[in-house]
Design a protein around this ligand. Structure first.
Ligand SMILES: Nc1ncnc2c1ncn2[C@@H]1O[C@H](COP(=O)(O)OP(=O)(O)O)[C@@H](O)[C@H]1O
Ligand SMILES: [Mg+2]
Length: 233
């Protein structure tokens, strides 16, 4: 059962980084990502936003401390369990990462097919997800013919295609003009529901206007500098 305020992701004393480096990027880091909210990761370039999102996505293993997702210890996930976890996460990138030779609906359907959905079901869900993002009229167009804002809508549709409970967006407005950025902000905020947590890494102050929790990543605390907002937490 989920309810607003429940920790979807919970980090305690977390250290995360890269094996090639002597020091972790973040260490001794505590954070709750509650279901039913947008959590914003603010921080300058190099402060560890992408690194932390990679850990949340199950792409980087914790080096110390604990990281749990919906009550499961992520350090213990292996093989098919890890794959299943990664499939429960939708990711939105700064530069969209759409496949140019595929139409919008094919881009949205592709990860569903790779996850084992039947062709008809994947197609139906792709059209439905695009429709929910106001892109029904563009389903058969290729991304190369779209504006940045439209591409990001397709990318968001792809991220939510499999109905993930965790949506991670890594600087999703960095390549957008002001109007499309504002649009993307409200679309991402609109993905929040009682069963879904949204995490947005950004240094875009426009995200702060949404009803969100804010986590600052910085040099002061060997990583994050503090958490504010979300008075119910
Ligand atoms: N693949 C990698 N291998 C080694 N170091 C990395 C790698 N990716 C990022 N880093 C380092 O980790 C730190 C945090 O980077 P990153 O998480 O990308 O920050 P942000 O997303 O906030 O800009 C930086 O010092 C960066 O150089
Ligand atoms: Mg980054």
């Amino acid at each position: 059962m989920t309810h607003p305020g429940e920790a979807g992701i919970c980090a305690r004393g977390l250290s995360v980084g890269y094996r090639s480096e002597l020091q972790p990027v973040l260490s001794g880091f505590d954070l709750d990502v509650p279901v039913g909210h947008v959590t914003l990761l603010f921080g300058a370039s190099g402060s560890g936003k992408t690194t932390l999102l990679s850990a949340f996505a199950g792409l980087l293993r914790p080096q110390a401390g604990t990281l749990t997702a919906w009550g499961h210890d992520m350090a213990g996930l292996r093989g098919s369990e890890l794959l299943e976890y990664r499939r429960s996460v939708g990711i939105v990138f700064q530069s969209f990462h759409l496949i140019p030779s595929l139409s919008a609906w094919e881009n949205v359907a592709l990860p569903l097919r790779l996850a084992g959905w039947k062709p008809g079901a994947a197609r139906l869900r792709a059209f439905e997800a695009l429709d929910a993002l106001g892109m029904a009229g563009h389903s058969r167009r290729r991304p190369g013919r779209m504006s940045g804002g439209q591409r990001q809508r397709v990318a968001i549709a792809r991220a939510v295609g499999a109905r993930p409970r965790l949506v991670l967006a890594d600087e999703p407005t960095a390549h957008l003009d002001a109007a499309s950025a504002a649009d993307t902000v409200s679309l991402l905020a609109g993905l929040v529901s009682p069963g879904v947590a949204v995490v947005v890494a950004t240094h875009d102050p426009r995200f702060a206007v949404t009803d969100s929790r804010v986590v600052h990543l910085g040099p002061d605390v060997g990583g994050p500098a503090g958490v504010s907002g979300g008075s119910d937490l």
